[in-house]
Ligand binder design. Structure first.
Ligand code: ZN
Length: 469
């Protein structure tokens, strides 16, 4: 009850303050308006000019000279900054006589800013015109000339080498450099001009290859053909693009066609012929290089024409042989291999006679072959492997057994001396023993066995295969 009464009192207080504030505001406005009307009556309207530039109103001036002076000042300032003469003839200034209050005259600095914002001006430029069409504008004639020269030289091969003689470099289009007055924003930089003339645009669009992309999907996504992408990326292999490769998506449409005609002299190898001579006096497992071949050399002079760097034609003018190639001669033996010749697998060349073959012998199976050799003849491992046994074995005498780790095992028996021990790793044709007559043996010889996955093989058949004949 008490608090409600208090709240009512507060509302009344707020209302009173608001009313008072409103009264003060209204009073102030009236006084202010009165003041204004006092000024107007004190200052007479004056004759002035409303100025517009290119149909845009920019303010009021007391006389027309103010604008002339400002424009001259602005011209001088721009010329000083741009370091070139500017032309402002295309601007349309118009003046309309008005009667206004003195304080409506536009301040000079504001006027100047509005003129600068709306002033159209031109500078002298040099236009590269191609087939009668104005294509690009440069600041100076020298720059325009340099750009044309630089584009030409991009397609000239390195002529510092005396093997290249430049016949001609020409642009086939009708190119002229003509002076033209132009708005400065139409003038391109050296780099942009080069880019524009080479590609038909200064735009760049590079795509980075992502996982799962191929040229066909990229082409489809960018509404291009694969052929276009290849054109935009000379030398690209459409089958071989990698994640992270950068692909140019702008197909160049060059304005200029640079034809370079040059003569190039270079050396090229001449391949040699290979002659195979058959020789029936040599065993068929022998293949000898009797004479190694040698590449020949010739000097070629060709006239090459490139169009924008791509070879368009290549005509060989002359060819001079500097060095004749030398024929390679190979001798291939045709003589059938005798069984004894196969013994070279585990005996020195020319040693050993097959004295007993694999198979049934006197009602008993002979598990290997016997090669008759004098005691002390070196015995070799036929393939690399690991020695799994080296010592005395009943019937075999002093024997070496090698596991070749490919399913094959070989046995070398009746030796006089063992040169390897169990666990040794041996190379092909490593000497592992000296032959002898130990164990069940009736004369000096090597007993040789081959096991494949635990089964016995006929060593002569195996060795024939081993030598490929
Ligand atoms: Zn035997």
């Amino acid at each position: 009850m008490f608090s409600k009464l208090f709240a009512n009192k507060r509302n009344i207080l707020i209302a009173s303050i608001l009313t008072l504030l409103s009264l003060i505001l209204i009073f102030t406005v009236i006084v202010k308006n009165n003041n204004n009307s006092v000024t107007v009556s004190a200052n007479q309207n004056i004759t002035a000019y409303k100025v517009s530039i290119n149909n845009i109103d920019i303010g009021f001036v007391k006389n027309k000279d103010i604008i002339n002076n400002l424009v001259n000042k602005i011209k001088e300032e721009i010329e000083q900054i741009d370091n070139t003469e500017i032309y402002i003839d295309n601007n349309k200034f118009s003046f309309t006589e008005v009667a206004i209050n003195n304080n409506e005259i536009t301040p000079l600095d504001l006027l100047k800013k509005r003129i600068i914002d709306n002033l159209k001006y031109e500078v002298e430029s040099y236009c590269i015109s191609i087939n009668g069409e104005k294509i690009v504008y440069l600041s100076t004639k020298d720059e325009a000339k340099k750009i044309l020269d630089d584009i030409k030289s991009m397609y000239i091969p390195d002529i510092s080498s005396d093997k290249i003689v430049l016949n001609s470099v020409e642009i086939i289009e009708d190119v002229k450099i003509i002076p033209v007055k132009i708005s400065p924003d139409k003038i391109l930089s050296y780099e942009d001009t080069i880019k524009y003339l080479l590609n038909g645009t200064t735009e760049e669009k590079i795509y980075e290859v992502k996982k799962g992309d191929n040229l066909w999907t990229i082409a489809k996504n960018y509404k291009m053909s694969v052929n276009d992408i290849v054109k935009a990326n000379p030398g690209i292999n459409p089958e071989l693009i990698h994640i992270g490769d950068k692909i140019n998506l702008i197909v160049p449409k060059p304005f200029l066609t640079v034809i370079v005609d040059y003569t190039k002299t270079y050396e090229k190898n001449i391949p040699y012929k290979v002659v195979v001579k058959k020789d029936s006096s040599i065993y068929r497992n022998i293949y000898l290089v009797k004479k190694s071949g040698k590449l020949g050399k010739k000097e070629i002079t060709a006239k090459i024409i490139t169009v924008n760097g791509q070879i368009d034609s290549k005509e060989i003018i002359s060819e001079k042989v500097l060095e004749e190639p030398e024929v390679k001669i190979i001798v291939q033996g045709t003589k059938r291999l005798p069984e004894d010749n196969l013994l070279v697998a585990f005996l020195p060349e020319g040693k050993g006679i097959v004295t007993s073959r694999f198979g049934m012998r006197w009602g008993r199976h002979h598990d290997g072959i016997d090669a008759g050799v004098p005691v002390g003849t070196p015995v070799y491992a036929i393939m690399p492997g690991v020695v799994t046994y080296s010592g005395w074995k009943s019937g075999y005498g002093k024997i070496v057994i090698i596991d070749h780790e490919n399913g094959y095992e070989t046995y070398y028996a009746h030796n006089s001396k063992l040169l390897v021990k169990k666990g040794d790793r041996v190379a092909r044709r490593q000497k592992i023993a000296l032959s002898g007559n130990t164990g069940r043996s009736t004369g000096p010889h090597v007993h040789f066995e081959i096991h494949k996955d635990g089964k016995l093989l006929d060593p002569l058949k195996y060795l024939k295969g081993y030598y490929g004949k």
